[in-house]
Design a protein around this ligand. Sequence first.
Ligand code: SAH
Length: 220
Amino acid sequence: MRKSEDTYLHKGLRKQLVALLKGKGITDESVIEAIGSIPRHFFLDSAFERIAYEDRAFPIAANQTISQPYTVAYQTQLLMVKKGDKVLEIGTGSMYQTTVLAAIGAEVYTIERQKQLFEQTSQYLFKIQYPSIHFFFGDGFEGQPKHAPYDKILITAAAPKVPEKLWEQLKVGGMMVIPLDESETAQRMLRLTKKKDGSAKEERFDEFSFVPMLKGKTQN
Ligand code: SAH
């Protein structure tokens, strides 16, 4: 993440992005407000300031990507995040999605498996603004049992199946939004709500394309 100016030009580009997202079906006001206020260009490695406000994914360090704004908005809207929700996020990446969750007022526990990306979280520029974010280095398949149970769980990488340990860490009545592998190249976005007996109510949404959710963690 890098500190930059947030000029009228950036704010203007952000307004256009928000209008585009609304046109694509993002209606949740808290999501719109968060995306409208967060300077996404701070989250890109290099000076691609205009591209930051185009609706597309972009490479970040360690061969990973910052999710497309539409994908971030879509997942956040499906998760129905409310102020005070305790949210576990798998795949911190650029910290942009993390920041959207925090801006809505969630208490965020976020896990990244790539050391290089995790180390960047120590330079997070909004630490003072969002003390409600807790960064962890580890394997997201394991979750963070110490802080469980969670109201919501958001997975931002392509999952081969619903990770069992994460399901255990979700509250009854809680929701998980997960892009689940349906083929080699595409994931189906699912919203799973945990029922009293521990089983899932499953709702199916659109197809997306994510980088894979991988086991273990890397030291570089
Ligand atoms: N939310 C991020 C999306 C980054 S892409 C953003 O908005 O920028 C997905 C991220 O998930 C990558 O950073 C990848 O390293 C991470 N990831 C993949 N498998 C993981 C796992 N098992 N545990 C934690 N993070 C994982």
